[in-house]
Design a protein around this ligand. Structure first.
Ligand SMILES: Nc1ncnc2c1ncn2[C@@H]1O[C@H](COP(=O)(O)OP(=O)(O)O)[C@@H](O)[C@H]1O
Ligand SMILES: Cc1ncsc1CCOP(=O)(O)O
Length: 314
């Protein structure tokens, strides 16, 4: 593919050091972030942002339904020649590389380039990047159009940053904390947020990192939980800044999953209940979730395992 996307600027290596300097601590508090996330959920419900989804063939239905459940308006449009028309007027664009066939590949670059130029935030979900070569090259090219949010599992984020990963297909075999340095570098290169999903999600934006403890292991027993998270991040990015979008979408999906798991009998009923819980979630359920968040300088704890408990009641 010839690239119309401007090259990604080199990673700001000194940024890693600056994050450790005195005064580098983030001014954000967990309570403030949770309140911002709640406000963003309210804004999604009030404004019904159009989310253009250039996404995979496996999980498109779950992704569309998850977006509808939080109040966004999904459009699964991947027709070469017209994708960029929608990108110019959408609230946000999702670029998910799960099944990057010829049509999707032909749509992605024009759509994200158009979105970038139009000031429309877009989200990159680098499914299986680092494992498979075509999509890895594609993702690297798309990065130049500076996604507001990159959302991937640890192996995908490592692979996208060009670091060694041990992903297996679409699944991660790496620990979230092991992708922290990769997330920091990508966040500095794009100027946006990078969300590494796992038992405890890690969101990095600039010199700030946020660990989000929410979710349930049943999310890993259905296909599309990660895709749904990327889509929710796009819906949130349409109404708020990248950091709040990434943290807010992680909190919302995680909380809905915990509630769904408490009534589910297995993955099938869990998926149905997950949509019900997303639909029923209100800003007042999210506003007090500051205790699920740890805010820290991005490089702090790079060698520490993420051990915050998951599944605690809201
Ligand atoms: N062990 C776990 N416990 C709780 N939540 C999890 C766990 N693993 C993943 N999640 C959640 O599942 C969602 C999808 O993450 P993940 O499985 O890493 O994505 P992917 O499907 O891209 O591999 C995220 O919201 C994440 O927080
Ligand atoms: C199974 C599969 N194969 C190609 S895309 C896809 C969906 C991956 O979805 P998720 O990573 O969100 O579970």
């Amino acid at each position: 593919m010839t690239s119309a996307v401007p090259p990604c600027p080199p990673a700001d290596d000194r940024a890693d050091e600056r994050a450790d300097e005195p005064g580098g601590a983030p001014p954000l508090s967990p309570g403030r972030l949770a309140a911002d996330a709640a406000q963003a959920l309210a804004a999604v419900r009030a404004r019904t942002p159009l989310v253009q989804c250039l996404t995979n063939e496996v999980t498109t239905n779950l992704v569309a339904n998850a977006l509808l459940a939080v109040g966004a308006s999904p459009a699964m449009t991947a027709v070469p020649g017209e994708a960029e028309q929608l990108a110019a007027v959408a609230g946000a664009v999702l670029a998910n590389l799960g099944t990057p066939g010829p049509d999707l590949r032909a749509c992605l670059e024009p759509a994200v380039t158009t979105a970038r130029r139009a000031g429309v935030p877009w989200v990159l979900d680098p499914v299986a990047v680092g494992v498979l070569s075509v999509r890895t090259r594609l993702a690297e090219q798309l990065l130049g159009a500076r996604p507001a949010v990159v959302r991937g599992n640890a192996s995908e984020v490592l692979g996208l940053a060009g670091l060694t990963s041990s992903g297996r297909g679409v699944d991660s075999c790496d620990a979230v904390e092991d992708a922290r340095v990769a997330a920091v570098r990508l966040a500095h290169a794009t100027g946006g947020a990078v969300a590494v999903s796992g038992a405890v999600d890690l969101v990095v934006a600039g010199d700030v990192a946020v660990r989000v403890s929410a979710g349930d292991p049943l999310l890993t027993a259905i296909t599309g939980a990660g895709c749904a998270l990327g889509a929710l991040a796009a819906a949130f990015a349409a109404v708020t800044d990248p950091l709040t979008a990434a943290v807010g979408s992680s909190l919302v999906l995680g909380l809905a999953a915990e509630r769904a798991a408490s009534v589910a009998r297995g993955p099938g009923s869990f998926q149905v209940a997950l949509l019900d819980e997303l639909y029923g979630l209100r800003p007042e359920h999210v506003v007090g979730l500051g205790d699920r968040l740890v805010v820290e300088p991005a490089r702090t704890g790079a060698r520490r395992a993420a051990t915050a408990p998951v599944g605690a009641p809201a």
